[in-house]
Design a protein around this ligand. Sequence first.
Ligand code: FE2
Length: 275
Amino acid sequence: MFAVFILFPTPCTHFEFRKIIMDFYLGMQKDQKDLIFSLPKSTMELQFGDLFFKPEIRRAIDLKPVLAFPEKLISDFEAYYMFRDIYESDEDREAITRARLRYDFTIIPPAEIGGENVKTYGHYHPENSFGLTYPEIYQVIEGEALFIIQRGEWGRVLDCVAIEAEKGDLVLVPPNFGHVTINPTEEVLLTSNWVCRDFTSIYEPYTNLRGACYYYLGGEWAKNPKYSEVPPLRFGKPFGRMKEEMYYLVAEIERLEFLSDPSKFSESIEKFWKK
Ligand SMILES: [Fe+2]
């Protein structure tokens, strides 16, 4: 169904991107009747239920401060699309807001800049009053992803984990970890995430050290030389797997309590798998 996906030796144009997403949309219609993407020709919008959402667009030029080879960025393009605060109905919106959560989609089309696969900018979450930062949970909906999460203290990275995830996989960003998502493939990557809605992300640590402590270059992990000390990269596994789109946890939103109250992370995360 994704036979029309094209290899992008150079960044794609809007037209090509829309064509791909439209093909993507047609594929989604066949497979997931509950989740329909619509991209009218004039504007890009995501249709979820009966509602339409517009994306925030992160351009390649916006990523320049975190690229392995910023000088290799010759022409700008739309690097990825963030659809934030998605809900299917007003009733869902109320339940999500009451739980202090937010549901987002991120679409990362395939592209590379100087041999580095396109990625999200990277950020940490702030600490809440108990000294732990808010966790986050991702699901790969289409495509394949690499997540690189890292934990630092006093300017040093103490732990760094790469997690490979495919369709259906859930990836947990635990408290005190920053995170970056990479599209290592030649197909569109679509992820969703649940996260607490009460904070603003912190981008500076990634800006100051030009990205995560490892880059993904030509299929290999390479240390980021801006970091004075980098721990060996560990390879982790997804947190779990769900056949259904994790949006539908909205019906059992108490399972996501660990996201809004990191102080109870250890005990409340157990509730996640409890049916
Ligand atoms: Fe985040």
